[in-house]
Ligand binder design. Structure first.
Ligand SMILES: Nc1ccnc(=O)[nH]1
Length: 138
């Protein structure tokens, strides 16, 4: 953990807030090198997935031309949500360092309230696995 990098993530969040965006920022770092940064652009882009951490992961993948970010870590201004953790995990990232805790976040007027129970529901379909076969068989 490099406290300077955590400070840079917090600074990014403050700058983002100064431009009217939600107050979150993140750096993606490997071997002490900042590979990418991200800020929350959910409001500007009307994109509910545009969290700072996700934007940093996207930028790093684009910059490096790979989906493999193993060995990298994220420094975030704030505790990451499950979506950001999974996006980072999907690229091989194992650690997100964060400054503010979820309990520190005041009511920002966003996100909308989540349902008490969320379900991904299975429905039987005869061709459900056809896309996989098509992909593998060309
Ligand atoms: N940690 C975070 C919480 C909410 N939004 C973000 O972009 N990041």
């Amino acid at each position: 953990m490099d406290p300077k990098l955590l400070g840079r993530a917090v600074d990014l969040a403050t700058q983002n807030a100064a431009s009217g965006q939600l107050p979150f920022g993140a750096l993606l770092v490997r071997d002490g090198e900042v590979l990418a940064t991200g800020v929350n652009t959910v409001l500007r882009d009307l994109d509910p997935a545009a969290h700072a951490e996700v934007e940093a992961v996207r930028a790093a993948c684009r910059n490096l031309g790979t989906l493999d970010l193993r060995g990298a870590e994220i420094y975030s201004s704030c505790e990451p949500c499950p979506m950001c953790c999974r996006a980072a995990q999907a690229t091989g990232i194992a650690v997100i360092w964060y400054a503010a805790q979820a309990t520190d976040i005041p009511d920002l007027g966003y996100p909308v309230p989540a349902p008490d129970v969320f379900e991904a529901r299975h429905a039987t379909h005869a061709e459900a696995t056809a896309p996989f076969a098509r992909y593998l068989n060309g």
